[in-house]
Design a protein around this ligand. Structure first.
Ligand code: AMP
Length: 316
């Protein structure tokens, strides 16, 4: 399949690369690694990396605008995204020629050629596999983008890390002389306001008897601490490996879109099917959802608490 995707790339002079909304370093890493690789090897091709910009990840290049609606002669490649509604920056239905490279559980078919491996640490690892299987020359920039993606989606090798993931990182560092300290600095730099805000979350997490920890963060609280709802979402990664907690979630009010955003993590039961019930989805142990009001917030909290209860009852 990766060979067929490469053949498709060779056929088209205009290529659009899209990834998911609610951007993160793996979405950007896989997107820009692919863009840079194509531009490096095909000078005549015009490649667009589309989607909403995020100042938080300004160590990646600027995103491109793409507004054409007749796309007969254009190839769209979607990375790190399982379904149309989560694709940022373009309407997939306007593209007759689509390929997908993803590590999320399958939700819907976007195009003729789809390469999906849910066992992969990250979409960036799959883009690396794409490059290697096709023997495509790459450069240091590509190596850095892939490094950001793999390191961040594995949370520095805590999740979904195989010996192969480690070998890939070893190869990237050795072959392209990556200065890991400076890359880590970019990935993990954060404003002091977030440190204070983390204190607020730790103080205000509710822990249920069944092992669900959650915090509802109002817009007033976000304003008070000077953070936005996406920074609030990133905080969820700080609460793994707590003895009493099986599933945990940050729930932040997003007034701009008139909704509440759930960022959910688990260290046991699968949460993605529950997230899917609430306009969300994701991986077995890392998911997100969007709900409209506090009543729905309560319903989702109840569902998450119930799976913790079942998980405990099953002897875990
Ligand atoms: P996050 O908590 O934003 O890091 O997201 C964890 C995982 O869940 C990622 O794989 C996201 O792509 C996925 N995810 C987050 N929000 C949603 C959503 N509303 N719908 C579907 N998947 C989501």
């Amino acid at each position: 399949m990766l060979k067929q995707i490469y053949e498709k790339i060779k056929q088209y002079n205009t290529i659009v690369i899209a990834r998911h909304i609610g951007v993160d370093p793996d979405a950007l890493g896989s997107q820009f690694a692919l863009k840079e690789t194509i531009e490096l090897n095909f000078e005549d091709k015009k490649v667009y990396a589309v989607g909403t910009k995020s100042s938080r990840y300004n160590y990646f290049p600027k995103l491109d605008k793409y507004e054409k609606t007749n796309n007969e002669d254009v190839l769209l490649i979607v990375v790190d995204t399982p379904d149309k509604k989560r694709v940022d920056g373009v309407n997939v239905d306007l593209f007759p020629n689509v390929c997908k490279i993803d590590h999320h559980p399958f939700i819907e078919k976007l195009g003729e050629f789809e390469y999906i491996d849910t066992a992969s640490s990250s979409a960036s690892e799959l883009v690396y596999r794409f490059i290697k299987e096709n023997n495509i020359p790459m450069n240091k920039k590509v190596a850095e983008y892939l490094f950001y993606g793999i390191i961040s989606d594995t949370n520095r090798f805590l999740f979904n890390t195989t010996s192969n993931t480690l070998r890939i990182i070893e190869g990237l560092i050795d072959d392209y002389n990556l200065e890991t300290e400076s890359l880590y600095k970019k990935l993990y730099a954060r404003p002091f306001s977030e440190v204070r805000f983390q204190g607020y979350i730790s103080e205000n997490l509710t822990l249920t008897d069944n092992g669900l920890a959650y915090v509802i963060i109002s817009n007033d609280t976000l304003t008070k601490y000077g953070v936005d709802s996406s920074s609030a979402g990133n905080m969820v990664n700080n609460y793994n490996n707590i003895d009493e907690v099986i599933v945990w979630a940050t729930i932040s009010e997003d007034v701009k879109n008139n909704q509440y955003k759930f960022n959910i993590r688990s260290r046991g039961p699968s949460i993605n099917q529950i997230a899917e019930k609430y306009n969300g989805g994701g991986h077995k142990l890392a998911s997100g959802a969007r709900v409209k009001n506090l009543e729905e917030v309560e319903l989702l909290i109840k569902d998450l608490d119930d799976i913790c209860k079942e998980f405990r009852k099953a002897g875990n």
